[in-house]
Design a binder for this molecule. Structure first.
Ligand code: UDP
Length: 360
């Protein structure tokens, strides 16, 4: 019997593995699989909440690596994950996304001559100052199966010399979760957080939130925007910590910005799906807004997900307060772009991935 190990460690990972696990559970397809949670994200709001919402089983292993520098976290995951690989002897280790768990588990598996499947392969921002970009390139360079979400990924992997049979365009697995949860929302009563019109903000990229002046500049622009439209801001733990450290919390007091904790997926979805505009520096949210046709401003200078700009609702608006306000001005004047849903973002990606993995 073939055996897969599925590794996940951070919020966006849980969102990507859910459809895969649903698919593996669906049929008696002759595969044994186990789920490993590295513990990279460990608080309830960033981790456990998602297991409940996505009907995921308790992980078979919890590595409990917790916070630390990139080197510490990556190293701790590798040490613990190696023990599991040696005990379980899987045929394939499946990793998703671009976090430290992705790199640590793929590297560990490959050095034990275990095949590696990378879901969300081929994305490139071209920005080597981004830890995620290093994780993407390094993981793809040693992966056997490269499951690609958008056409730029195919081109990038070809350019990097990957063989055609390794590059497998299966669509976007995050969108499987999005459709699964939209359906769930039809039958669940999730408490409404806001009445339209409103906008939603998320921020967590180190390049935006780790520098006091940068973060302050962005937040001041948000306060300005909130004079025109209420803003709902679920704050990532990293950003929360930095706002406290830099004494920026008072900036948002007595404004039209509602500061919220990180929201469970369903609560967050029910909020942003009806937003007039989403402002974000998240990778996944650029894709989700494109899938539902919600206007998205990405507070970055580059994106590894160019299809969201070429075909979707996403606009790269830069990271300075001035640029953000100019983009908002255009938006208010009705300058919104036309969009379409990218190819194979249809809710059936996990099935295509499992079908391919079963071929061997
Ligand atoms: N998300 C969520 N609750 C929140 C903010 C985001 O469930 O309060 C979801 C969001 O819908 C998306 C994912 O988390 O599916 C994105 O994760 P994140 O922005 O942390 O990581 P990135 O995509 O940038 O790697």
């Amino acid at each position: 019997m073939r055996k897969f190990l599925i590794a996940a460690g951070a919020r966006p990972n849980f969102i990507k593995i859910a459809p895969l696990i649903h698919e593996l559970r669906r049929d008696d397809n002759g595969v044994a699989w186990k789920l490993i949670h590295t513990g990279q994200h460990y608080d309830y709001e960033m981790s456990e909440a998602f297991f409940d919402e996505f009907d995921l089983p308790k992980p078979d292993y919890f590595l409990n690596v917790g916070p630390g520098s990139h080197a510490e976290q990556t190293a701790r995951i590798m040490i613990e994950f190696e023990k599991i690989c040696l005990e379980e002897r899987p045929d394939v280790v499946i990793v998703v996304g671009d976090v430290n768990s992705t790199l640590a588990c793929s590297l560990t598996a490959k050095k034990l001559n275990i095949k590696v499947a990378h879901i969300e392969a081929g994305l490139r921002s071209g920005d080597m100052a981004m830890a995620e970009e290093i994780n993407r390139i390094a993981t793809d360079s040693i992966s056997d199966y490269l499951f690609v979400t958008e056409k730029s990924g195919i081109a990038n992997l070809r350019r990097e010399g990957k063989r055609e049979e390794q590059i497998i365009f299966t669509g976007n697995i995050m969108i499987d979760t999005l459709y699964y949860c939209l359906k769930k929302l039809e039958t669940l009563s999730v408490e409404k957080i806001a009445d339209p019109p409103y906008a939603v903000l998320t921020l967590h990229r180190p390049s935006n939130v780790d520098n006091k002046f940068k973060l302050e500049d962005i937040l001041r622009a948000m306060v300005e925007i909130s004079r025109d439209i209420p803003l709902y801001f679920p704050v990532h733990p990293r950003t929360k910590g930095n706002m406290e450290k830099f004494h920026l919390n008072n900036l948002l007091e007595n404004t039209n910005i509602s500061v919220l904790p990180p929201l469970p997926y369903l609560a967050f979805l029910s909020l942003w799906k009806d937003a007039a505009l989403v402002l974000t520096d998240s990778g996944g949210i650029q894709e989700e807004t494109t899938a539902l046709g919600v206007a998205c401003f990405t507070i970055r200078d580059n994106t590894e997900r160019p299809i969201t700009v070429e075909e979707g609702t996403n606009l790269l608006i830069g990271t300075t307060g001035g640029k953000i306000l100019r983009a908002y001005d255009d938006f208010k004047r009705g300058l919104q772009k036309a969009s379409r849903i990218p190819d194979l973002w249809d809710g059936r990606t996990a099935k295509r991935i499992v079908d391919r993995l079963l071929v061997g």
